[in-house]
Design a protein around this ligand. Structure first.
Ligand SMILES: [Zn+2]
Ligand SMILES: [Zn+2]
Length: 413
């Protein structure tokens, strides 16, 4: 076996996790993370006395005393290439925090050219190219898929099974890569989702502001007391662009009509780059989370956003009103404000009453067919050409809609 049980050490890891949300330097890696010498010994026995970095040879001994993680990957594999930027961010962040971590890349490449190309994207070390040696390491660590990230810890430390997903989701916060750590992170997400404290949700270390459309920095504290919509959207998506127009109408209606600025929207962009983000934002009168801010990514995970556009509505009391604000806004518009369940029930009761007061069908002087009473989300009235919502008199034969107030009934003799 490669990993050795060390009960006492696990205790230390647990205590450490209890003490701080973000693990800091000061762990005794040599003791905590199993027998790292095992991999160094294995490599030495294989006749490897140096590792490679993109700059050149690095003596094996430089890894001594560090927490070592093996990274199994191949240049021809798209998911591997997609994962590397996440790992680079983690590696840089942890090392900046003073954590003595080393990653050693073991290649699944069959050609040395692919191996070399792949190594160029990595700031860490690699086992020199040797297909047979790599194969033995792959077997030894029972790696059956790539990318695979294998921290070498003692047997008592349960490593998170989906470490690749965990690192993609949480970046450097996934450290020290245990199942327990992943569960802690998920619990923090759950609490954030339930408590919806805006400062906690939107602020990042050293960044507690949002951008307004005219590039002013707006402190997050200014959102207090308002109803907030977190708007997940990207410019490349046509449904987003169409919903942005609807949302803009609602936003303007509410903020023009009320004395105070009661409704604020925060763009959580999923645009592919800064240029797209700026185009997206330029069509919006509300605030945006800075593009370089990791909060965008965190919010998508916290609210489990599976598709865009999506709108999460948060009340002035900091409680989530609805995670399906898109449906609320597109079905009821500004009338639904403040978007609470009780307001929606009230609105629906009013609509029902209005419907009951109308005829089921009418004949109109401007139209040849009979028009039937219909509940439409939104329509354009064929008489006055203005937007309509909710009740309409619609034609089954052709595409013709009238506001109930625009019907001019046929005079019957
Ligand atoms: Zn009309
Ligand atoms: Zn018709």
């Amino acid at each position: 076996m490669l990993r050795f049980a060390r009960k006492l050490i696990q205790k230390r890891v647990e205590n450490h996790l209890l003490l701080s949300a973000i693990p800091m330097a000061g762990l005794d890696f040599e003791a905590t993370y199993g027998d790292n010498h095992d991999i160094l010994k294995t490599l030495a026995e294989e006749g490897v006395d140096f590792l490679l970095s993109c700059e050149g040879k690095v003596p094996l001994l430089e890894c001594k005393g560090k927490m070592i993680c093996l990274f199994f990957s191949a240049h021809w594999c798209r998911p591997c290439r997609g994962f590397i930027p996440h790992l680079v961010e983690l590696y840089d962040t942890l090392r900046k925090r003073g954590i003595s971590l080393e990653i050693i890349f073991v290649s699944f490449d069959r050609e040395e050219d692919g191996f070399k190309e792949h190594l160029k994207s990595m700031p860490w070390l690699a086992v020199p190219f040797d297909v047979n040696l790599h194969r033995r390491l792959i077997d030894r660590y029972r790696v059956d898929r790539i990318p695979s990230f294998v921290p070498l810890c003692s047997d008592d430390v349960t490593v998170e099974a989906d470490l690749i997903g965990c690192i993609e989701d949480y970046g450097a916060n996934a450290f020290p890569f245990t199942k327990k750590r992943h569960e802690e992170l998920k619990a923090i997400d759950k609490r954030k989702r339930e408590e919806a404290n805006l400062e906690e949700l939107l602020a990042q270390e050293g960044c507690n502001f949002l951008f307004s459309g005219d590039d002013r920095k707006v402190p997050i504290s200014e959102l207090a007391g308002k109803t907030i919509g977190l708007y997940f959207s990207a410019y490349w998506s046509p449904p987003c662009r169409s919903f942005t127009r609807q949302l803009t109408d609602v936003y303007n209606t509410l903020n023009d009509a009320k004395d105070s600025h009661c409704f604020e929207i925060v763009l959580v962009s999923t645009d592919r780059d800064l240029k797209e983000f700026n185009v997206n934002r330029s069509s919006m009168p509300w605030l945006a989370i800075p593009y370089e801010d990791r909060t965008r990514h965190d919010l998508c995970r916290i609210f489990d956003i599976k598709g865009i556009p999506a709108l999460v509505l948060i009340g002035p009391d900091g409680k989530v009103i609805s995670e399906n604000g898109k449906f609320t806004v597109s079905s009821y518009g500004a009338e639904a404000f403040p978007f609470t369940e009780s307001r929606i029930r009230e609105l629906e009761a009013t609509l029902r009453k209005q419907g009951e007061a109308l005829s089921q069908q009418v004949e109109d002087v401007k139209h040849e067919h009979v028009l039937k009473l219909d509940m439409a989300k939104a329509y354009v009235c064929d008489s006055c050409k203005k937007q309509g919502k909710f009740w309409a008199f619609s034609c089954d034969v052709c595409n013709y809609d009238l506001h109930p107030s625009c019907v001019e009934k046929v005079e019957k003799d």
